[in-house]
Design a protein around this ligand. Sequence first.
Ligand SMILES: NC(=O)c1ccc[n+]([C@@H]2O[C@H](COP(=O)([O-])OP(=O)(O)OC[C@H]3O[C@@H](n4cnc5c(N)ncnc54)[C@H](O)[C@@H]3O)[C@@H](O)[C@H]2O)c1
Length: 342
Amino acid sequence: MKKVIVTGDRGYIGSVLVPKLLTKGYKVVGFDTGFFDKCIIKGKKDPVYKKIKKDIRNITEKDLKGVDAIIHLSALSNDPMGEIDPSLTEEINYKSSIRLAKLAKESGVKKFLFSSSCSIYGIAKSGIVDEKSTVNPLTAYAKSKIKAEKALKKLAGKNFFIGLMRNSTVYGFSPRFRNDLVVNNLVTTALAYKQIRILSDGTPWRPLIDVRDLSDIFIKFLETGTQNLNGKVINIGFEENNFQVKDLVAVIKKQLPNCKVVYTGEHGKDSRSYRVDFALFKKLFPNVKQKWTLTKSVKDMIKNLKKSDFNRTTFESGKYTRLAVLKNLLEENKVNKDLYLN
Ligand SMILES: NC(=O)c1ccc[n+]([C@@H]2O[C@H](COP(=O)([O-])OP(=O)(O)OC[C@H]3O[C@@H](n4cnc5c(N)ncnc54)[C@H](O)[C@@H]3O)[C@@H](O)[C@H]2O)c1
């Protein structure tokens, strides 16, 4: 049985990925500070596996003993979170990722999968961008991801596989739900206020992927034996899932016809916009097909949220908004200013 560490296992993606790994027979050990431990959807429970409450910045060689692979998800994850303190984003997302990867290599771990983001493309003026295009990271979050990619690439070696997955923005239901991701946000706002609120003018492009499809792809990377992916940046997503924000409205409106569509325009024309080419991914993984289309996932999300405690009050409580949760932890003195647990 393979032993896999998942950092950030109690996050939005981790909470979907870990049960899949357990079903496949992996022995999972999770390392997470537990910032979002309480943000679990009512009625959902974490599966049983070894969960360690530890800051990624404090991981030692001892923690990596007998580990075959690391799926590294822990991060101050997303653009608004990065702005809480850009230097902390650099410390957690970039420096601690490199430190962890170096420790892993020294400890004989064979694989290290890094969860990067297509948001490093920022505003892409030149139509579709691929892995060779110039990146334009606009936020502390995006900058931390590109720096990490570059430094990790150098650590790839004969006995150490580095997977550099430049992931699309994720959507879909997870037991640790987030409403600060574009599709999830549009759906939850519609459920809470009967309004689909578009913050931009609706024209920005975004590549999107369902959390279950992405989790399956992490497992593909874990299981692939081909060394030609080692240290190679790969855009992860599906060509047909490059959407303009206004296209999302039509899909959601179909499921929630009583909602009004409101363009607030508060992000104006400056929002990030990038259409991404996934030809390399398709070439390397020709058998990986999308299972959770946007329509299927939105339907499922609405069904699951309606079944849970989700309503306008939970929406406004910030329970599913990462920045609000972190700000609360700071205010309640549960973490110090450097986000170490008190
Ligand atoms: N969600 C997306 O759309 C998306 C897209 C591309 C890439 N990614 C990347 O995938 C990864 C997982 O994303 P997610 O959406 O599940 O994020 P998330 O915020 O839901 O989960 C991140 C987890 O990391 C933990 N964490 C944060 N700082 C930590 C630290 N210092 N030590 C230990 N644990 C810490 C948090 O407690 C949380 O459980 C992140 O690296 C993110 O940048 C996410």
